[in-house]
Design a protein around this ligand. Structure first.
Ligand SMILES: [Zn+2]
Length: 206
C-alpha cells in the first residue's frame, strides 16, 4: 500500500496556489501586519516607498496585505484609498469590515428609481428596483447590475460564505446568501454595507 503522504499536502496546495480568490481571502483577513505599521509611524518616507512599490512592479504589489491590488481596473495603494475615503469607508471597503446591523443609511431606503454606486470608485452596482426588505439590518438586493460585483469564497469567522466585492476596484461590499426563500426572482440576497454604497437618483440627488 502507498503511504498517505500526497493526500496531506495536496488540498493545501490547491487552496493556496491554484485558487486565486481563496488565497487572496486568506491574505486579506489579516490585513494589519506589513503595511499599516510603517504608515502609522512616519508618513513621509514610507508613503513614497509604498507608491514606488505599487507602481513599479506588479509582483511586488501582489505581496500587498490584501486582495485589493489583485486584478481590478481601478487600483490604488492603501494610502491613496485613505486619502479619498472616510476612516469608516476605508475600514469596510478596504479592510473587509462590517457596519453594525441596523445603522446604515440605506438599510431602510427604498427609492422608486436610481442606482447604488460603489462608494470607493463610483461604479454602478445595484439598481433601486432590485432592493428589498430582508429585515436583516443591512441593505439587501436580489441581484446586482450584470458584471458589477465579483464573488470570493470567504472562510473567516468559522464558516464558508461568499464575499462580494466591487468588480471595478475590489472594494468589499458584503456577502451574498442563497436559498433563503425570500420572495424575489433570484432567491439570492446581496447583503451590502451602506457604507460601501453611494445612492444616486435619476435626478442626480444623493
Ligand atoms: Zn468600486
Amino acid at each position: 500500500m502507498r503511504s498517505a503522504r500526497p493526500l496531506r499536502l495536496r488540498p493545501i496546495n490547491n487552496l493556496l496556489v491554484q485558487s486565486k480568490p481563496a488565497s487572496s481571502i486568506l491574505l486579506g483577513v489579516s490585513t494589519t501586519p506589513p503595511f499599516s505599521q510603517p504608515l502609522g509611524i512616519s508618513p513621509a518616507k514610507p508613503m513614497s516607498f509604498l507608491s514606488n512599490l505599487f507602481s513599479s512592479s506588479s509582483s511586488s504589489a501582489s505581496k500587498s496585505s490584501s486582495s485589493n491590488n489583485m486584478s481590478f481596473p481601478t487600483q490604488k495603494s492603501d494610502d491613496e484609498w485613505r486619502a479619498v475615503l472616510s476612516p469608516e469607508q476605508f475600514r469596510i471597503l478596504r479592510q473587509k469590515g462590517t457596519e453594525a446591523a441596523g445603522t446604515g443609511d440605506y438599510n431602510k431606503h427604498y427609492p422608486n428609481q436610481g442606482v447604488y454606486n460603489c462608494a470607493g470608485c463610483s461604479a454602478p452596482l445595484y439598481k433601486a428596483a432590485t432592493k428589498f426588505d430582508s429585515g436583516c439590518g443591512w441593505p439587501a438586493y436580489f441581484d446586482s447590475i450584470p458584471g458589477a460585483v465579483k464573488r470570493n469564497e470567504d472562510t473567516t469567522m468559522g464558516m464558508t460564505r461568499i464575499e462580494i466585492v466591487c468588480a471595478n476596484c475590489g472594494g468589499h461590499l458584503g456577502h451574498v446568501f442563497k436559498g433563503e426563500k425570500f420572495d424575489t426572482p433570484t432567491d439570492e440576497r446581496h447583503c451590502v454595507n451602506s457604507v460601501s454604497l453611494k445612492f444616486k437618483g435619476e435626478d442626480g440627488k444623493e
